[in-house]
Design a protein around this ligand. Structure first.
Ligand SMILES: NC(=O)c1ccc[n+]([C@@H]2O[C@H](COP(=O)([O-])OP(=O)(O)OC[C@H]3O[C@@H](n4cnc5c(N)ncnc54)[C@H](OP(=O)(O)O)[C@@H]3O)[C@@H](O)[C@H]2O)c1
Length: 275
């Protein structure tokens, strides 16, 4: 199987490149092909003739997207459309990596894949519109929604908490946003399995379990044997440009339907920390 990954230089992309050893994989960063430019996308797809394209590339700075919605839209929506069009022309299958932020966060039970999209920030809107457009171009595409990614080779929450813990006696962390932390290596392995199985449709791919950012930080500190105090705070006290969904836990039902079970997020932290 020939695989082409857009976003191979990102946090998830690096995990995909590490984990995907059994197939012929080519990984691209933005310097190799800017997904905003259809000709560049078309050229690399024609050159590589992939069976599968994995689109992990995105403008992922949630607050940056809020401040610059045009950039969010051009990379995350139009870029995705360019990749989907190139995939359709080349008869390649497409797996698009999407986000829990397509939901508004007013739910109280895990979101199923058919729950209506209703994003509350610019990043979420750009990804939700990408999903809708991709499914029009390629109804058989696979869309994997994930959340709260952390892993080696990227800026991520555990890293930030550990850096803060070395300089501060206590850290305030929001306790009113609930989601599923997801280790990039585990998600990469799930994505590989989905492609190899020829999956299509929307799949929710996160590690199992859920928590608030405060609970996540507390566990990071505990597993590191640090004494830094973690104090719960609220989103109101920690104002940022983009609103975040209060509750974005994704149901694992669509993933288990493919025979894939991702372990509890707490079990992945020692692996991440060892890296
Ligand atoms: N991070 C999270 O918590 C999270 C949560 C839910 C869903 N997701 C989704 O998961 C995917 C991977 O996220 P990540 O955190 O691994 O991303 P990341 O570390 O921010 O990496 C972004 C990737 O996109 C590429 N890229 C950005 N603009 C591009 C452009 N115009 N043309 C081509 N490539 C471009 C970057 O390439 P260069 O580095 O070479 O510029 C990089 O490889 C994204 O689709 C994101 O929406 C992430």
């Amino acid at each position: 199987m020939r695989v082409l990954i857009f976003g191979a230089t990102g946090m998830l992309g690096k995990a995909l490149m590490r984990e995907w050893t059994a197939d012929e994989v080519v990984g691209l960063g933005s310097a190799d092909a800017d997904i905003r430019i259809p000709e560049q996308v078309q050229r690399v797809v024609e050159r590589e003739r992939p069976d599968w394209i994995v689109l992990s590339a995105a403008y992922t700075d949630v607050d940056g997207c809020e401040l610059n919605p045009q950039l969010a839209s051009s990379v995350n929506t139009r870029g995705a459309v360019n990749v989907a069009n190139a995939a359709a022309r080349a008869n390649a299958k497409l797996l698009f990596v999407s986000t829990d932020y397509v939901f508004d966060g007013t739910g109280t039970t895990p979101y199923e894949t058919n729950h209506p999209r209703n994003p509350i920030n610019s990043y979420g809107r750009s990804k939700a519109e990408a999903e809708e457009n991709i499914l029009k171009i390629l109804p058989q595409a696979c869309i994997v929604r994930t959340s709260w990614l952390f892993g080696a080779g990227g800026k991520c929450f555990p890293d930030t908490i550990l850096k803060l813990a070395t300089t501060r006696p206590q850290i305030d962390v929001v306790n009113d946003q609930r989601g599923c932390p997801t280790f990039t290596d585990d998600l990469a392995s799930a994505i590989i399995q989905l492609c190899r199985a020829g999956a299509h449709g929307i799949v929710h791919g996160t590690n199992s379990g859920e928590c608030t950012w405060y609970e996540f930080a507390t566990e990071i500190i505990r597993q590191n044997g640090l004494t830094t105090r973690v104090l719960p705070t609220t989103s109101e006290k920690f104002v940022r440009p983009a609103a975040r969904p209060k509750y974005s836990v994704l149901s694992p039902a669509s993933l288990t339907a493919h025979g894939i079970v991702m372990r509890p997020w707490q079990e992945t932290l020692p692996v991440y920390l060892a890296q």
